[in-house]
Design a protein. Structure first.
Length: 343
Protein backbone atom coordinates (compact mmCIF):
# COMPACT_ATOMS: atom_id res chain seq x y z
CA UNK A 1 0.00 0.00 0.00
CA UNK A 2 1.41 3.37 -1.03
CA UNK A 3 2.09 5.69 1.89
CA UNK A 4 -0.05 8.81 1.87
CA UNK A 5 1.79 12.14 1.71
CA UNK A 6 1.03 15.73 2.70
CA UNK A 7 0.50 16.46 -0.99
CA UNK A 8 -2.15 13.72 -1.17
CA UNK A 9 -3.96 15.10 1.88
CA UNK A 10 -3.91 18.62 0.48
CA UNK A 11 -5.29 17.49 -2.90
CA UNK A 12 -8.07 15.40 -1.36
CA UNK A 13 -9.24 17.97 1.19
CA UNK A 14 -8.71 21.03 -0.98
CA UNK A 15 -6.11 22.75 1.20
CA UNK A 16 -2.67 24.06 0.29
CA UNK A 17 0.35 21.92 1.15
CA UNK A 18 1.49 24.63 3.57
CA UNK A 19 -1.82 24.58 5.44
CA UNK A 20 -1.73 20.78 5.79
CA UNK A 21 1.88 20.85 6.95
CA UNK A 22 1.16 23.48 9.59
CA UNK A 23 -1.99 21.68 10.74
CA UNK A 24 -0.10 18.42 11.25
CA UNK A 25 2.57 20.35 13.18
CA UNK A 26 -0.19 21.79 15.42
CA UNK A 27 0.64 25.35 14.39
CA UNK A 28 -1.22 28.20 16.06
CA UNK A 29 -1.68 29.72 12.60
CA UNK A 30 -4.31 27.09 11.72
CA UNK A 31 -7.80 27.00 13.25
CA UNK A 32 -8.72 24.14 15.55
CA UNK A 33 -11.53 23.03 13.24
CA UNK A 34 -9.15 22.74 10.28
CA UNK A 35 -6.50 20.96 12.34
CA UNK A 36 -9.01 18.40 13.58
CA UNK A 37 -10.28 17.73 10.03
CA UNK A 38 -6.79 17.30 8.58
CA UNK A 39 -5.45 15.23 11.48
CA UNK A 40 -8.51 12.94 11.40
CA UNK A 41 -8.11 12.32 7.66
CA UNK A 42 -4.36 11.71 8.10
CA UNK A 43 -4.92 9.19 10.91
CA UNK A 44 -7.66 7.33 9.04
CA UNK A 45 -5.53 7.01 5.93
CA UNK A 46 -2.30 5.88 7.55
CA UNK A 47 -0.26 9.06 7.21
CA UNK A 48 3.15 8.75 8.89
CA UNK A 49 4.79 11.93 10.05
CA UNK A 50 8.33 12.38 8.72
CA UNK A 51 10.16 13.13 11.95
CA UNK A 52 13.51 13.24 10.18
CA UNK A 53 12.37 16.04 7.90
CA UNK A 54 11.35 18.07 10.93
CA UNK A 55 14.73 17.50 12.54
CA UNK A 56 16.45 18.83 9.43
CA UNK A 57 14.31 21.97 9.57
CA UNK A 58 14.62 22.66 13.29
CA UNK A 59 18.15 21.46 13.98
CA UNK A 60 16.83 19.32 16.85
CA UNK A 61 17.62 15.62 17.12
CA UNK A 62 15.35 14.90 20.13
CA UNK A 63 18.22 12.77 21.44
CA UNK A 64 19.04 12.85 25.15
CA UNK A 65 22.36 11.28 26.12
CA UNK A 66 22.74 9.47 29.44
CA UNK A 67 26.09 8.43 30.91
CA UNK A 68 26.26 6.25 34.04
CA UNK A 69 29.08 4.17 35.52
CA UNK A 70 27.32 0.86 34.95
CA UNK A 71 23.78 -0.01 33.88
CA UNK A 72 23.99 -3.36 35.69
CA UNK A 73 24.08 -1.52 39.00
CA UNK A 74 20.51 -1.71 40.31
CA UNK A 75 20.62 1.92 41.45
CA UNK A 76 21.43 3.27 38.00
CA UNK A 77 19.08 0.87 36.22
CA UNK A 78 16.24 2.22 38.40
CA UNK A 79 17.20 5.80 37.49
CA UNK A 80 17.00 4.73 33.85
CA UNK A 81 13.57 3.21 34.49
CA UNK A 82 12.37 6.50 35.96
CA UNK A 83 13.60 8.40 32.89
CA UNK A 84 12.10 6.01 30.37
CA UNK A 85 8.70 5.93 32.07
CA UNK A 86 8.40 9.67 31.52
CA UNK A 87 10.15 9.74 28.17
CA UNK A 88 8.02 7.02 26.57
CA UNK A 89 5.15 9.48 26.21
CA UNK A 90 7.26 12.11 24.43
CA UNK A 91 9.13 12.60 21.14
CA UNK A 92 12.51 12.22 22.82
CA UNK A 93 14.89 9.27 22.52
CA UNK A 94 17.56 8.14 24.96
CA UNK A 95 21.12 7.03 24.17
CA UNK A 96 22.57 5.17 27.18
CA UNK A 97 26.31 4.86 27.67
CA UNK A 98 28.52 3.38 30.42
CA UNK A 99 31.67 5.10 31.67
CA UNK A 100 32.77 2.29 34.02
CA UNK A 101 34.12 5.18 36.14
CA UNK A 102 36.89 5.63 33.58
CA UNK A 103 37.54 9.38 33.05
CA UNK A 104 39.08 8.88 29.60
CA UNK A 105 36.15 6.77 28.45
CA UNK A 106 33.73 9.29 29.92
CA UNK A 107 35.27 12.16 27.94
CA UNK A 108 35.11 10.09 24.74
CA UNK A 109 31.44 9.36 25.39
CA UNK A 110 30.69 13.05 25.87
CA UNK A 111 32.44 13.87 22.61
CA UNK A 112 30.44 11.12 20.87
CA UNK A 113 27.15 12.50 22.15
CA UNK A 114 28.12 15.97 20.97
CA UNK A 115 28.91 14.63 17.50
CA UNK A 116 25.59 12.80 17.41
CA UNK A 117 23.87 16.11 18.10
CA UNK A 118 22.44 15.22 21.51
CA UNK A 119 20.03 17.94 22.64
CA UNK A 120 20.78 17.35 26.35
CA UNK A 121 22.86 15.17 28.67
CA UNK A 122 22.09 13.39 31.95
CA UNK A 123 25.23 12.14 33.70
CA UNK A 124 26.58 10.61 36.90
CA UNK A 125 30.09 12.01 36.39
CA UNK A 126 33.44 10.57 37.44
CA UNK A 127 34.48 14.02 38.62
CA UNK A 128 37.48 14.23 36.34
CA UNK A 129 38.49 17.87 35.76
CA UNK A 130 38.73 17.45 31.99
CA UNK A 131 35.23 15.99 31.72
CA UNK A 132 33.81 18.71 33.96
CA UNK A 133 35.45 21.34 31.75
CA UNK A 134 33.90 19.65 28.71
CA UNK A 135 30.47 19.67 30.38
CA UNK A 136 30.88 23.39 31.00
CA UNK A 137 31.74 23.83 27.32
CA UNK A 138 28.61 21.91 26.30
CA UNK A 139 26.50 24.13 28.53
CA UNK A 140 28.10 27.22 27.01
CA UNK A 141 27.12 25.83 23.60
CA UNK A 142 23.49 25.64 24.76
CA UNK A 143 23.27 21.94 25.64
CA UNK A 144 21.45 21.41 28.98
CA UNK A 145 23.21 19.13 31.48
CA UNK A 146 21.73 17.43 34.56
CA UNK A 147 23.98 15.76 37.13
CA UNK A 148 22.42 12.78 38.91
CA UNK A 149 23.59 11.08 42.11
CA UNK A 150 27.11 12.55 41.99
CA UNK A 151 26.28 16.17 42.54
CA UNK A 152 29.15 17.50 44.68
CA UNK A 153 30.96 19.28 41.87
CA UNK A 154 31.62 22.95 41.16
CA UNK A 155 29.62 23.26 37.97
CA UNK A 156 26.60 25.54 37.49
CA UNK A 157 23.88 23.22 36.30
CA UNK A 158 20.86 21.24 37.51
CA UNK A 159 21.69 18.55 40.08
CA UNK A 160 19.55 15.76 41.51
CA UNK A 161 20.72 13.48 44.32
CA UNK A 162 20.45 12.98 48.06
CA UNK A 163 21.96 14.53 51.17
CA UNK A 164 24.77 11.98 51.43
CA UNK A 165 26.13 13.38 54.69
CA UNK A 166 22.75 13.14 56.42
CA UNK A 167 21.95 9.67 55.02
CA UNK A 168 25.15 8.15 56.39
CA UNK A 169 24.88 10.07 59.67
CA UNK A 170 21.45 8.49 60.21
CA UNK A 171 22.77 5.03 59.38
CA UNK A 172 25.74 5.26 61.74
CA UNK A 173 23.45 6.67 64.46
CA UNK A 174 21.30 3.55 64.14
CA UNK A 175 24.29 1.24 64.54
CA UNK A 176 25.49 3.19 67.58
CA UNK A 177 22.00 3.03 69.11
CA UNK A 178 22.29 -0.76 68.93
CA UNK A 179 25.52 -0.65 70.95
CA UNK A 180 28.00 -0.85 68.06
CA UNK A 181 31.17 1.12 68.85
CA UNK A 182 33.72 -0.34 66.42
CA UNK A 183 32.20 0.43 63.02
CA UNK A 184 34.05 -0.27 59.77
CA UNK A 185 33.25 2.12 56.91
CA UNK A 186 33.79 0.66 53.43
CA UNK A 187 33.60 2.85 50.33
CA UNK A 188 34.67 2.76 46.72
CA UNK A 189 37.41 4.99 45.32
CA UNK A 190 35.02 6.79 42.98
CA UNK A 191 34.63 10.51 43.53
CA UNK A 192 31.39 12.39 43.81
CA UNK A 193 29.61 11.11 46.89
CA UNK A 194 32.27 9.22 48.85
CA UNK A 195 33.69 12.32 50.55
CA UNK A 196 30.29 13.42 51.88
CA UNK A 197 29.40 9.89 53.01
CA UNK A 198 32.73 9.54 54.79
CA UNK A 199 32.23 12.93 56.43
CA UNK A 200 28.81 11.79 57.72
CA UNK A 201 30.45 8.71 59.26
CA UNK A 202 33.22 10.67 60.96
CA UNK A 203 30.92 13.42 62.22
CA UNK A 204 28.46 10.95 63.74
CA UNK A 205 31.25 9.13 65.61
CA UNK A 206 32.59 12.45 66.84
CA UNK A 207 29.17 13.68 67.97
CA UNK A 208 28.59 10.38 69.79
CA UNK A 209 31.86 10.64 71.68
CA UNK A 210 33.39 7.61 69.95
CA UNK A 211 37.12 7.82 69.30
CA UNK A 212 37.82 7.67 65.56
CA UNK A 213 39.98 4.78 64.38
CA UNK A 214 41.16 5.71 60.89
CA UNK A 215 42.03 2.08 60.22
CA UNK A 216 38.26 1.59 60.04
CA UNK A 217 38.15 3.61 56.81
CA UNK A 218 38.52 1.11 53.98
CA UNK A 219 38.52 2.17 50.31
CA UNK A 220 37.99 -0.55 47.72
CA UNK A 221 38.72 -0.28 44.01
CA UNK A 222 35.47 -1.58 42.52
CA UNK A 223 36.32 -3.04 39.09
CA UNK A 224 34.01 -3.61 36.13
CA UNK A 225 33.40 -7.27 36.94
CA UNK A 226 33.73 -6.97 40.69
CA UNK A 227 36.28 -9.79 40.97
CA UNK A 228 39.19 -7.64 42.11
CA UNK A 229 37.15 -5.92 44.80
CA UNK A 230 35.79 -9.25 46.02
CA UNK A 231 39.31 -10.66 46.35
CA UNK A 232 40.47 -7.51 48.12
CA UNK A 233 37.62 -7.83 50.62
CA UNK A 234 38.34 -11.52 51.27
CA UNK A 235 41.99 -10.74 51.89
CA UNK A 236 41.11 -7.87 54.22
CA UNK A 237 38.66 -9.83 56.37
CA UNK A 238 40.83 -12.95 56.44
CA UNK A 239 43.63 -10.81 57.86
CA UNK A 240 41.30 -9.34 60.49
CA UNK A 241 40.15 -12.83 61.48
CA UNK A 242 43.76 -13.91 61.87
CA UNK A 243 44.51 -10.87 64.04
CA UNK A 244 41.22 -11.31 65.94
CA UNK A 245 40.22 -7.67 65.42
CA UNK A 246 36.89 -7.92 63.62
CA UNK A 247 34.63 -4.86 63.96
CA UNK A 248 31.19 -5.23 65.50
CA UNK A 249 29.47 -3.45 62.59
CA UNK A 250 30.06 -2.53 58.95
CA UNK A 251 28.62 0.35 56.98
CA UNK A 252 28.93 0.00 53.19
CA UNK A 253 28.78 3.21 51.16
CA UNK A 254 27.52 1.80 47.84
CA UNK A 255 25.07 -0.79 46.53
CA UNK A 256 27.71 -3.00 44.96
CA UNK A 257 29.84 -3.05 48.10
CA UNK A 258 26.86 -3.93 50.29
CA UNK A 259 26.16 -7.09 48.27
CA UNK A 260 29.82 -8.00 47.94
CA UNK A 261 30.53 -7.60 51.64
CA UNK A 262 27.59 -9.84 52.57
CA UNK A 263 28.82 -12.44 50.08
CA UNK A 264 32.38 -12.32 51.46
CA UNK A 265 31.22 -12.56 55.07
CA UNK A 266 29.22 -15.68 54.15
CA UNK A 267 32.25 -17.15 52.36
CA UNK A 268 34.41 -16.65 55.44
CA UNK A 269 31.72 -18.01 57.81
CA UNK A 270 31.37 -14.67 59.59
CA UNK A 271 27.78 -14.69 60.82
CA UNK A 272 25.62 -11.62 60.20
CA UNK A 273 24.46 -10.12 62.52
CA UNK A 274 25.66 -12.49 65.27
CA UNK A 275 29.32 -11.51 64.81
CA UNK A 276 29.06 -8.40 62.65
CA UNK A 277 26.06 -6.18 61.93
CA UNK A 278 25.77 -4.92 58.35
CA UNK A 279 24.07 -1.76 57.12
CA UNK A 280 24.62 0.02 53.84
CA UNK A 281 23.24 1.52 50.66
CA UNK A 282 21.18 -0.97 48.66
CA UNK A 283 18.59 -0.31 45.98
CA UNK A 284 18.06 -3.94 45.03
CA UNK A 285 14.30 -4.51 44.99
CA UNK A 286 14.49 -7.78 46.90
CA UNK A 287 17.01 -6.91 49.64
CA UNK A 288 14.60 -8.60 52.08
CA UNK A 289 15.31 -11.95 50.38
CA UNK A 290 19.03 -11.97 51.24
CA UNK A 291 20.22 -14.14 54.09
CA UNK A 292 19.86 -12.42 56.44
CA UNK A 293 17.49 -9.80 55.01
CA UNK A 294 19.49 -6.61 54.55
CA UNK A 295 19.10 -3.47 56.59
CA UNK A 296 19.73 -0.77 54.04
CA UNK A 297 19.50 2.84 53.00
CA UNK A 298 17.32 3.10 49.90
CA UNK A 299 17.68 6.03 47.54
CA UNK A 300 14.68 7.30 45.52
CA UNK A 301 16.35 6.28 42.27
CA UNK A 302 13.29 6.22 40.00
CA UNK A 303 12.27 9.63 41.26
CA UNK A 304 15.76 10.93 40.46
CA UNK A 305 15.32 9.71 36.90
CA UNK A 306 11.85 11.13 36.41
CA UNK A 307 12.86 14.51 37.85
CA UNK A 308 15.98 14.62 35.69
CA UNK A 309 13.93 14.09 32.55
CA UNK A 310 11.30 16.60 33.69
CA UNK A 311 13.98 19.28 33.99
CA UNK A 312 15.38 18.44 30.55
CA UNK A 313 11.96 18.32 28.91
CA UNK A 314 10.98 21.69 30.38
CA UNK A 315 14.08 23.30 28.88
CA UNK A 316 13.91 21.59 25.48
CA UNK A 317 10.23 22.36 25.02
CA UNK A 318 10.85 26.10 25.29
CA UNK A 319 10.92 27.84 21.88
CA UNK A 320 14.33 29.37 22.58
CA UNK A 321 15.57 26.48 24.76
CA UNK A 322 17.05 28.98 27.17
CA UNK A 323 17.79 27.84 30.71
CA UNK A 324 17.02 30.13 33.60
CA UNK A 325 19.93 31.78 35.37
CA UNK A 326 19.18 29.78 38.53
CA UNK A 327 19.72 26.03 38.62
CA UNK A 328 17.90 23.52 40.80
CA UNK A 329 19.93 21.57 43.36
CA UNK A 330 17.48 18.85 44.38
CA UNK A 331 18.26 16.58 47.33
CA UNK A 332 15.64 13.88 47.74
CA UNK A 333 15.01 12.08 51.06
CA UNK A 334 16.23 8.51 51.56
CA UNK A 335 14.50 5.69 53.39
CA UNK A 336 16.22 3.50 55.97
CA UNK A 337 14.83 -0.03 56.09
CA UNK A 338 15.87 -1.97 59.17
CA UNK A 339 15.91 -5.76 58.84
CA UNK A 340 17.75 -8.72 60.37
CA UNK A 341 21.30 -7.86 59.24
CA UNK A 342 21.53 -5.33 62.09
CA UNK A 343 19.33 -7.08 64.67
Amino acid sequence: MKRITIKDIAKTLGYSIGTVSKALADSHEISEVTKVEIQKFADENGYQYNQYAKLLRTGKTNIIGMIVPKIGNSFFSQILEGIEEKMSKTVYNLIIMQSYDDPVRELNLLETLFKKGADAIIIAPTGNCISLDYLRKLKKDGIPVVLIDRINYAISTHKIGIDNFRAVYQGISHLISMGCMDILFISSMAKGVVEERRRGYLQCLNDSGIQINYENLLSIDVEKNGENSREELIKYFAQRIQENILPDAIFTASDQLTYQVLEVLHALNIEVPKIIALLGFANFTFSNLFSPPLSCIVQPSKEMGSKAFALIEEILDKPDRQESSSFEDIKLPVKMEIRQSTN
